[in-house]
Design a binder for this molecule. Sequence first.
Ligand code: ADP
Length: 416
Amino acid sequence: MLFNYLQWLGVIFFMSNKLILILNCGSSSIKFSVFGFVDMKKYLFGVVEFFSFQHVHIQWQCNGAKKCKILDSLNSLEEILDFVIDAILMKELKILGELFAVGHRIVHGGPHFIESVIIDANVLRGIKSAISFAPLHNPFHLIGIKKIFAKFPNLLHKSVAVFDTAFHQSIPEESYLYPLPYFLYKKYGIRRYGAHGISHSYVLQESTKFLSKSRDSLNIITCHLGNGSSISAIRNGRCVDTSMGLTPLEGLVMGTRCGDIDPSIVFYLYEHLNMSLQDIKKIFTEQSGLLGLSGGISHDCRDIEKNYFNVSSSSHRAINVFCYRLSKYIGAYSVLMEGKLDALVFTGGIGENSVLIRKLTLQKVKFLNFILDDHLNSSIRYGKSGIITTSSSCPVIVIPTNEDLVIAKDVVNLLK
Ligand code: ADP
């Protein structure tokens, strides 16, 4: 009797628990999560990493239980998605509830999208037309979108695209134009688009709580420091400049990407070292940044930090260049704050966790009156958020990013 009752309760919960799938398909990884449409609770999340289709590593966590699967005989991204949907999602959804909507993270929206949209044929065309700006992302997003349509035809009008570039569409012409012949912008759309917009917008929203100010009145600088890194200047709650450009290669030093360099280096490598354009692209995107500066030790900040205090080491050199360049951007963006910087915010794997990078960077921008509290700096990491400066200083806030939540909220806002 009791068993029957509990079974019925389970059925009622299942039928009433509407869920949102968040999907982020890339060239070497797929991230997925499932949120409740009403309670915004994250019930499931997972990541698929694949350097080749013969070596696919999937980890996921559902209601606290961690699971893992290694596959070695797949042939395409479609087959990986089939496995994720059929063998993981369908199975877990039987217990969690009913899939009601999906949010796709789209890295590059080109000039077309200034906000999240419900996906239709026009949106698909827009994502396709930005492929040349994000060849390692947009083609894979399209595969993900089509796969979900094929597996869940009921989600046809409940699929939302959330763009990393949308948050930066507020930046003014003087910031998004490159000093190149104007027709390159007008005819071919060559301009600054930025990236990581979902993360910058999340930490902006969260900052309102720490500073007790409305979003529209906030002047902050947000540093998203991870394998890919970018920094944004946000004035009166709107992005006015950001370090990533036409593609996510410009700006700060990254794990393997070079960030800002003299464009003539391309000509030098091509003309004097006889490198092909393919080789040069590989150097700039896969062999530079922390990995390149450290002489190939690692792209991972944790590995490099270990040897930082050996001042003649390549790790010392790599971290110093990283922090030096970051501090230059902070200085430059402080000029855009019209005399009043409310806070500096750190997020991303490095920003959220690296006590060393935060300390070294703040030491280089003393003129902004950041007075670090060493105890707070050491204790606010591993998922904690908080202010790491003394009360007499301009606040520096650490905020763990939560891009999936932003996507889930946009899905709800568009579909409710
Ligand atoms: P992605 O851009 O791939 O999303 P993440 O935001 O996860 O990257 O950040 C990855 C980076 O964060 C790596 O360089 C990693 O070393 C760094 N990181 C993670 N934890 C720590 C830590 N405890 N100390 C220093 N760096 C860390």
